[in-house]
Design a protein. Structure first.
Length: 347
């Protein structure tokens, strides 16, 4: 099997010849021209690309960006100009310093932007990427985040959003409803388009919202819209890279096919054995903790063996990935993992 065939078997709940192992293109790209990747690809490593099949067109809205250096760091200021007023965000070296939403007026402007954004299919781009990145690259359909996660992660930031839920509830809920309508339209377009795996890049960690809000805002949305994708032949994965134990029972009932970027302690708070007990039928696309890559080879091998024993009894429903940070010693550590996956597959 090649990496695409292994992932297809994994997504179908079938047993590949060995457990798939991938790296996000967003991480791999930092060293993409290095020749050391070639033998790793030959040994089974794949690169996943998150490719949208929906285009967003803003009407009556101007987007302005200014990039400059300050104290040796790259600063980017982004502005959205609308008939109702302007909002802006500020990032430093790619990390947000000032989020879009801080006041009720900011929420009103963002609601206007969402309501004045049209969605259209862009299937050709996905099909082109699919051809261009073969044989070691695999495109995933990037659906984006659900409304509550989009506000928390992209628009307001965790600290501000926690305050906004209490202080600006009406403004938050108005924007939520606009985003929900937009998400529903995006699901329709994705369901009708190409691609097998749909990535819902939630970046969810349970302590940020808790089970009550997760049950109120996430679960009903999953139950309504994920089956639309699944009935069109898609496999739906949610990027849950944090602590999940407080929501484990709710996750168990949700129609999620794959928990992607699933991370064991210390970043997460559930071992793979606990995850498998809680979610026996779900597929796990597991992130190996960044700190584990610094272990001596024998210890790193043991970590992968232990995760495999806990995550699968028969070689099905388990894959590994690099989804958060490219290991600094990737030339040494990734081949170790590829080797142990060969040993597991042959054993």
């Amino acid at each position: 099997m090649n990496i695409r065939e292994r992932l297809e078997a994994f997504w179908a709940g079938e047993k590949p010849d060995k457990i798939p192992y991938t790296i996000y293109h967003n991480e791999w790209r930092h060293a993409a021209n290095e020749p050391d990747w070639i033998p790793m690809f030959a040994a089974g490593l794949g690169v996943v690309y998150h490719v949208p099949t929906v285009n967003f067109y803003r009407k009556n809205i101007e987007y302005i960006t200014d990039t400059y250096r300050k104290e040796g760091k790259v600063i980017q200021r982004e502005v959205l100009e609308t008939p109702l007023g302007n909002i802006y965000a500020l990032s430093r070296e790619g990390w947000m310093q000032k989020y879009w939403l801080e006041t009720a007026e900011d929420y009103r402007i963002m609601t206007y932007i969402v309501e004045n954004t049209e969605l259209e299919p862009c299937y050709e781009g996905f099909l082109e990427v699919e051809q261009e990145v073969a044989p070691y690259g695999i495109p995933l359909v990037a659906l984006g985040r659900t409304p509550m996660q989009r506000m928390l992660v992209d628009f307001a930031g965790l600290e501000n959003f926690a305050l906004h839920l209490y202080e600006l509830e009406d403004a938050v809920m108005t924007l939520y409803e606009a985003l929900l309508e937009q998400f529903a339209r995006a699901v329709e377009i994705v369901a009708a388009g190409p691609g097998r795996f749909v990535s819902v890049l939630e970046n969810f960690t349970a302590e940020t919202l808790g089970p009550a809000r997760f049950g109120r805002f996430h679960i009903p949305l999953y139950e309504k819209y994920f089956p639309v994708l699944q009935q069109s032949g898609k496999v739906v994965g949610t990027h849950y890279d944090g602590k999940l134990s407080s929501c484990r029972d709710l996750i168990a009932k949700a129609p999620i096919d794959v928990i992607e970027s699933l991370t064991i302690p210390p970043e997460g708070d559930m071992t793979l054995a606990e995850c498998r007990e809680a979610w026996p039928d779900k597929l796990f696309w597991c992130n190996i903790n960044v700190s584990h890559y610094d272990l001596p080879p024998d210890e790193l091998k043991q970590v992968v063996w232990d995760m495999t024993r806990q995550g699968t009894q028969d070689g099905r429903r388990l894959a590994f990935e690099v989804s958060e940070h490219i290991p600094r010693n990737w030339r040494q550590s990734i081949p170790v993992i590829l080797q142990v996956l060969d040993e597991i597959g042959n054993g």
